[in-house]
Ligand binder design. Structure first.
Ligand SMILES: [Ca+2]
Length: 454
């Protein structure tokens, strides 16, 4: 017999810098992702999902707190504010066992002070999870150190082999342990769990095990049409993409190992899986690399709500809502049948997955921001604010200045900027009105441009 929804388990699988376009089910011709395709086919896909701030630390702060970056983690190497509750709190109050594995990047460690992979996040700054084994930041997939406590006291060691494979091994062990802890107990006494696998691939450096690297040849890749045919951009784009796709295929294989384990332990039916990334990667589109820009390759993330096994009792299909970073925690609680605390700003989208439930209070747009520029090369050098609408428009402003206006319905590669086109001044005013509402609603502040037509 199926357990009550609130007793189901939850696994988040989170990639780093994996853009939303780079999967088989989204039509990328260069990559084979059979396990992600299976999750997508059996679950709910949000093709319009966005990283409200396309940058690690702010995204992760919002992911765990359901609050916008300006109220949580505004910029690169900013810490999660002292004492701020995370998703772990309502989960633990509801009796969940909670465990976090992998990349954290929320302790405010400054990379110029040494290698963040060797930084030990203090126990009281691990977000309130029962178990926590991970690292602040790594960027070296063959030399991945973890620090923390996976149940047997503090430990610090170098993971064997490739990061994604080794972190997945930790999750597989955890699934074994939780199943063992519940074995022999009646269903109502079994403790459900929340766990997450947070891997850094396909973040640069673009390196995967040889078995995966062998599958991709830079010159044979089909580039997005917005990668300029200029050697300075095209050559590095091809070289990076070959490794990028290898890393994604390796991650996909590891997701397959998790699905097999859930089957083996007979908990596939009882386990929700949410797959997403913290932002994308430009990889040569518009002659740009990496992130922090609101362009599609940086902003758009994969987002799937699925389960360990196909369930005919749940909704499937594609949902056009621009689900955002702040919505992940509320949606997680909603899927588990738990109340969303007042301090979370995001929207619970679980009704799209749960049969017989209707969405209420769904916004018609997502609020996107870069509060604090990183100062890194290949990044945007000033703050911006913007809005992405459910009906396919994107509008972004710099301080006191319009910047970008795209109709994604007919221009998915963002080749025509309408921000200064008089024919679209009314659309621009409408979108700026929506943007202003977001700024007010979220207690943000930003000098909007004067866009009155003279
Ligand atoms: Ca990241």
């Amino acid at each position: 017999m199926r357990r009550q929804p609130h007793r189901r388990n939850m696994i988040w699988i989170t990639a780093d810098q994996m853009r939303g376009q780079a999967t088989g089910f989204m039509g990328d011709p260069n990559v084979h992702t059979p396990n992600l395709d299976r999750l997508a086919a059996e679950g709910i896909v949000f093709p319009a999902a966005v990283a409200g701030t396309p940058l690690c630390c702010p995204f992760r702060g919002s992911m765990l707190t359901g609050r916008y970056p300006h109220e949580a983690v505004p910029g690169h190497e900013y810490p999660l504010p002292e004492g701020m509750p995370t998703l772990a709190q309502p989960l633990r109050e509801a009796g969940y066992h909670t465990a976090y594995f992998g990349k954290w990047h929320l302790d405010g460690f400054k990379e110029k002070g040494g290698r963040a992979a060797m930084h030990i996040v203090p126990e009281e700054r691990r977000g309130g999870f029962d178990q926590w084994l991970g690292y602040e930041n790594n960027n070296s997939q063959w030399d991945c150190w973890v620090h923390g406590d996976s149940g047997g006291g503090e430990e610090h060691y170098r993971l064997p082999g490739y990061e994604t494979d080794a972190l997945t091994d930790l999750i597989l062990d955890y699934l074994d342990e939780r199943t063992k802890a519940n074995s022999g107990r009646p269903a109502e006494e079994q403790q459900p769990f929340f766990t997450t696998l947070q891997v850094q691939p396909p973040h640069n450096p673009y390196v995967a095990p040889a078995e995966w690297m062998d599958r991709h040849t830079p010159g044979a890749l089909a580039l997005r049409p917005n990668v300029p045919e200029i050697p300075e951009y095209e050559i590095p784009a091809r070289r990076q993409l070959a490794g990028y796709y290898a890393m994604i295929e390796n991650l996909d294989w590891n997701i397959g190992r998790i699905l097999e384990k859930l089957d083996e332990l007979d908990i596939a039916d009882d386990t929700h899986i949410i797959f997403f990334s913290d932002h994308g990667d430009m990889l040569g589109s518009h002659g740009q690399f990496l992130k922090t820009t609101p362009l599609e390759e940086s902003l758009r993330i994969p987002f799937i709500i699925s389960a360990g096994r196909l369930s005919y009792g749940e909704e499937r299909g594609y949902v056009p809502a621009p689900i955002n970073h702040v919505d992940i925690a509320p949606t997680t609680l909603g899927l588990l049948g738990l109340d969303v605390p007042q301090w979370m700003d995001g929207t619970d989208y679980s009704a799209y997955r749960i049969p017989g439930q209707d969405m209420a209070g769904e916004p018609d747009s997502a609020y996107i921001q870069l509060c604090v520029p990183t100062g890194h090369g290949h990044s945007i050098d000033r703050p911006w604010r913007g809005i992405v609408t459910r009906d396919g428009w994107k509008y972004v402003v710099l301080e006191g200045q319009p910047w970008l206006l795209f109709n994604l319905n007919n221009d998915p590669y963002e080749q025509v900027n309408l921000a200064f086109n008089m024919a679209y001044s009314r659309k621009r005013a409408e979108l700026q009105e929506g943007l202003q509402q977001w700024i007010e609603k979220t207690n943000d502040s930003f000098p909007l441009p004067d866009i009155r037509v003279r």
